[in-house]
Design a protein around this ligand. Sequence first.
Ligand code: SF4
Length: 108
Amino acid sequence: MKLHFWRDHPRAILLRGKLRRFFTVRFRPGFTQAQIGTRGGHCLQCAACCKIIFRCPWLDGDNRCRVYYSKIRPLVCAHFPINGHDITDVAISSGRQCGYSFDQGNSR
Ligand code: SF4
């Protein structure tokens, strides 16, 4: 079976996720809000989503966001996760389970 880097490699999947979230939040704000309205669970404050591909430079030594209550906090962070793919990205990146969840079939 031939593997395709862009489709199958974990880092490629995570990079695609970063791009998908950036463009979704930036250009589809209504869709983003609708997706957020469908998710269940809650944030465990594990900071796993802050370390996808690279560790966010705003994280302090205790894994707390230095800009959480600031206007410069990126929208992609404030709205994470947007769909089931983001939950999967956390698992691929860290082996952790994000505290949020989406119904099956709502992983657009
Ligand atoms: S991975 Fe999920 S549970 Fe962990 S900090 Fe991010 S949103 Fe919260």
